[in-house]
Structures are given as structure tokens and as C-alpha cells.
Design a protein around this ligand. Structure first.
Ligand code: ZN
Length: 68
């Protein structure tokens, strides 16, 4: 009983950083990604990766002119 009283306080993970993409907290023990110096939380993994892809990829339309 004496130990349980403090569970709420000592059980809180520490907030260490903020995700550079969504601004959400990254807590101690949580997994996150580091890309080009930015910390990205695991929730943003997909969205961030897609945003990076769309920024770097060149969209083209396949047509017969480009066939050698
Ligand atoms: Zn995030």
C-alpha cells in the first residue's frame, strides 16, 4: 500500500524531446527516428517519409517519347 501511493508520480515517463514534425512529446523509453538531425516520433514516420519522398522525387508521366 505504501509503495502504490507513489506509483502515479514515479511511473510517469520523462518528456525528453519534441517531434520536429508534429510537435508532440517524445518520452523516455519511446522509439523515435532521427533523420538529417531532426527527431521524428514513430507516429509521424509514415507521413514524414512520404513528405520527404514527395519533396525529392520527380513526378513524370510515362509516354512513348521517352522510350529509346
Ligand atoms: Zn510526430
Amino acid at each position: 500500500m505504501g509503495v502504490d501511493r507513489f506509483w502515479g508520480e514515479s511511473g510517469q515517463p520523462r518528456l525528453l524531446w519534441y517531434c520536429e514534425y508534429c510537435g508532440g512529446g517524445i518520452y523516455e523509453g519511446e522509439e523515435y527516428f532521427e533523420h538529417e538531425g531532426l527527431r521524428i516520433c514513430s507516429d509521424c514516420e509514415g507521413r514524414y517519409a512520404l513528405a520527404m519522398f514527395e519533396e525529392q522525387a520527380v513526378k513524370k508521366t510515362a509516354n512513348t517519347d521517352s522510350v529509346l
